[in-house]
Ligand binder design. Structure first.
Ligand code: MG
Length: 394
């Protein structure tokens, strides 16, 4: 029987890699849905090649453009905010690979979980913003949540060696980003170009900046807390510049189980699609004798505030992670647009958290409300500051 896969966000780096993985997997894995936000030309190319039963785009203009590129093509085009939900719920879709950045993808992830689908989660928001809600819905409906994030895939794989109750701690590794070893003073001078050049991983601009601020690791701590149902105090971050050990689990007997591999997203994507099976794929084999030495060090929480905040935010729970995530997204946007300096990203996030009154509520509506509040907060702060300060010049 063939596994029908819908890729939400098929034109981004995860989506494109997922299609390469599916190509190599061959029969048994079928692309039945594709969605894109802006890259309509690439979406049309993908649709011509994979012929999915359903395609989703975010608005009528994009749908119009898509139709003009796909003359004579008759599959269903779903349009607008509900289109991803409809695709995620569709019969014929049994795996939803979600790689939609931002809160926009949340309703579709929850819908897929409600329908008991397999969810391969590549973006952070579902577990960061709605971790409590999503894991509960998944449990109640028999939906399998599979991480595509390389660290969580590693933890998930290591977890096959024991039970959740037997975990002493989870060690999430991170490359440390381009500013590993930097002092707070060094960070003051960072330019957009420096922040965008990650030493190991090739990724989209948002996640690359998140790696530079260590926000990426911070969000991963929160993700792991929900995905593996462990208290946040059992999760530690370990800097590992070679990015070969993708994460480790220490069990109560003292055994530490790790997953290693070349830094390549194709492997975690593939495992999420084929689990519990392992099959040959396109990932390059690991040659430890060529790498020789692996390094590990503690992160510097004084320099990278994001990590400290992640633990605070996790303990607060409720709407705090949603605010943490959304404020960061808005601040990174401003940084990428050249409106603020690198260090102002975390300053904005922290001020936004300080101003937020955490609510224990975790319905989707309440979480989205907190998300929108945080974005508006950042924008209004930016507006005020832009009046006072000259536009940032690199
Ligand atoms: Mg990761």
């Amino acid at each position: 029987m063939s596994r029908g896969i819908a890729i939400l966000g098929s034109t981004g780096s995860i989506g494109r890699n997922a299609l390469r993985v599916i190509d190599a997997l061959g029969p048994g894995y079928e692309v039945v849905g594709l969605s894109a936000h802006r890259s309509i030309d690439l979406l049309a190319e993908q649709v011509r090649r994979y012929r999915p039963a359903r395609v989703a785009v975010s608005n009528d203009d994009y749908a119009e453009r898509f139709r003009s590129l796909m003359d004579g093509w008759d599959a269903r085009i779903l349009v607008g905010s509900e289109s991803l939900v409809e695709m995620a719920k569709s019969d014929g879709v049994d795996t939803v690979l979600t790689a939609v950045v931002g809160a926009a993808g949340l309703p579709s992830v929850l819908a897929a979980a409600r329908c008991g689908k397999r969810l391969a989660i590549a973006n952070k928001e579902p577990l960061v913003v709605a971790g409590e809600l999503l894991t509960r819905i998944a449990r109640e409906n028999g939906s399998l949540l599979l991480p595509v994030d390389s660290e969580h895939s590693a933890v998930f794989q290591a977890m096959q060696s024991g039970k959740s109750s037997e975990i002493r701690k989870i060690l999430l590794t991170g490359s440390g980003g381009p500013f590993r070893g930097a002092s707070p003073q060094d960070l003051e001078q960072v330019t957009r170009e420096q922040a965008l050049s990650h030493p190991v991983w090739r990724m989209g601009p948002k996640i690359t900046i998140d790696s530079a601020t260590m926000m990426n690791k911070a969000l991963e701590v929160i993700e792991a807390r929900w995905l593996f149902d462990v208290p946040v105090d059992k999760i530690e971050v370990l800097i590992h510049p070679e990015s070969i050990v993708h994460s480790l689990v220490e069990f109560v007997d003292g055994s530490v189980v790790a997953q290693l591999g070349e830094p390549d997203m194709c492997l975690p994507i593939q495992y999420a699609l084929t689990y519990p099976k392992r099959v040959a794929g396109i990932s390059k084999p690991l040659r430890l004798e060529e790498i020789g030495t692996l390094h590990f060090e503690r992160p510097e929480p004084g320099t990278f505030r994001a990590l400290t905040l992640a633990y605070e935010v996790s303990r607060m729970g409720g709407t705090a992670p949603a605010v943490f995530n959304a404020a960061n997204e808005a601040a990174v946007e401003a940084f990428l647009a050249g409106r603020i300096r690198f260090v102002q990203i975390m300053e904005l996030v922290e001020r936004c958290l300080d101003a937020h009154e955490v609510s224990r509520a975790t319905s989707l509506e309440e979480l989205l409300e907190a998300d929108a509040w945080a974005r508006a907060q950042v924008r209004s702060r930016l507006g005020r500051e832009m009046h006072d300060a000259p536009r940032h010049v690199r």
